[in-house]
Design a protein around this ligand. Structure first.
Ligand code: RIB
Ligand code: NA
Length: 309
């Protein structure tokens, strides 16, 4: 009855428009498709871990509204425990307006709403479940204080912590690094945290080492089509982990697919090295970019080659 992966994080309803390109300020353009999907970095990561076979629970807050009701059903449909999902009438379920261009790139505005009301009381409530899990995953779409508190609570009980510092905030408190067994971010986020440009694999290695010095156990910087770079405190030589070459259709949530898969491997295949886990998580995320949507594109265990398990 102990869980593999607990996510303390966000739920968003994704309102997605596909258009040939992203509009400029003040411009109206025609898109060719609109759809509503389940998103939010926290929930995305939890759903990917669950689809790979991890026993998961989500700790989050949604509104007492149609989107919130629907989201809870979505967790149930994906075998994610909803025992710690709360509904509030003080704010609406989080929403993300997303535009995806023909190159599969996106621009996103999130209105976090109910996500921002997840707080101390909810964490106290989650403590019995959280303290016995194998892995905790947090991001930055809820109040940063809540994320940090959850990471610290987990660390105190030797639950492995994965912190996905996304979306990046300037002046991220140094405490986040110390509370992260694995600190993950993408190249743009890494630039914001360090002030140095990340355009090559070498840059990522350098910046990864810099982040590592701030006190986390390991750093993973994701690089989209270039895979990722892993830096570990035990062996401070950055390792580049390339990924398979695919034609992207929609890259929205690919980073979340990666983190969710990584959480699965840490919890359920602890005998693998971190580099091997990152390699396999890259391949899972590469599948997600080849179809439309966020969670709709996340593979299930049965869709994946046996070598990944
Ligand atoms: O990382 C992708 C996610 O970011 C989307 O699902 C959207 O909800 C935003 O939170
Ligand atoms: Na996708």
């Amino acid at each position: 009855d102990c869980l593999d992966v607990v996510v303390v994080g966000s739920c968003m309803t994704d309102l997605v428009s596909q258009a040939p390109r992203l509009p400029k300020a003040g411009e109206t353009i025609h898109g060719h498709k609109f759809f509503i999907g389940f998103g939010g970095k926290g929930a995305n990561q939890c759903i990917q871990a669950a689809r790979m076979g991890a026993r998961t629970a989500m700790v989050c807050k949604v509104g007492k509204d149609f989107f919130g009701d629907n989201y809870i059903q979505n967790f149930k449909n994906n075998c994610v425990s909803t025992e710690l999902v709360k509904q509030t009438d003080e704010a609406a379920t989080g929403a993300a307006s997303i535009i995806v261009n023909d190159a599969g790139e996106n621009a996103i505005v999130i209105v976090a709403g109910a996500n921002m009301l997840l707080g101390d009381e909810d964490l106290q409530h989650a403590w019995p479940v959280l303290s016995r899990a194998k892995v905790l995953v947090c991001q930055l779409e809820i109040s940063p204080d809540t994320s940090l508190q959850a990471l610290r609570m987990a660390q105190q009980r030797h639950v492995k912590t994965i912190f996905n510092a996304a979306p990046a905030i300037p002046d991220l408190s140094a405490d986040f690094y110390k509370a992260s067994d694995i600190f993950c971010c993408n190249e743009t986020e890494a630039e914001l945290f360090t002030g140095s440009a990340v355009s090559t694999v070498e840059d990522a290695g350098r910046v990864g080492l810099e982040l590592l010095k701030r006190g986390c156990g390991s750093v993973i910087i994701t690089l989209g089509p270039q895979g990722c770079v892993v830096v570990q405190s035990a062996d401070a030589t950055p390792v580049h982990v390339p990924t398979s070459k695919v034609t992207p259709v929609d890259t929205t949530g690919a980073g979340d697919s990666f983190i969710g898969a990584l959480a699965f491997y840490i919890a359920c295949c602890p005998e693998l090295s971190l580099v091997e886990m990152a390699k396999r998580a890259n391949l899972v995320a590469a599948i997600s970019v080849q179809s439309v949507g966020t969670q709709t594109s996340y593979p299930h265990r049965g869709d994946l080659p046996a070598e990944l398990f």
